[in-house]
Design a protein. Structure first.
Length: 71
């Protein structure tokens, strides 16, 4: 499960952000403080997701291209 989250972290983040937006729009009785706290959490999660993606990019740059030997 952790591997799935690591591989698809950006997609999961996008789904969570979209769901939060829809909930905040359609559920009228939510307190403003709760919505602001959730938005702050989503922004913090976005920063964490960016770091995960940056780490995957740096690791990929160290690998040989997959078709380098078939020239």
């Amino acid at each position: 499960m952790i591997d799935f989250i690591h591989v698809h972290s950006t997609r999961l983040y996008a789904i969570a952000a979209a769901a939060l937006s829809l909930i905040a729009y359609y559920v009228q009785d939510l307190p403003t403080g709760l919505i602001l706290a959730l938005i702050a959490a989503v922004l913090g999660t976005g920063e964490a997701i960016q770091r995960v993606e940056d780490r995957k990019t740096r690791q990929a740059l160290l690998l040989d291209p997959p078709y380098a030997d078939k020239g």
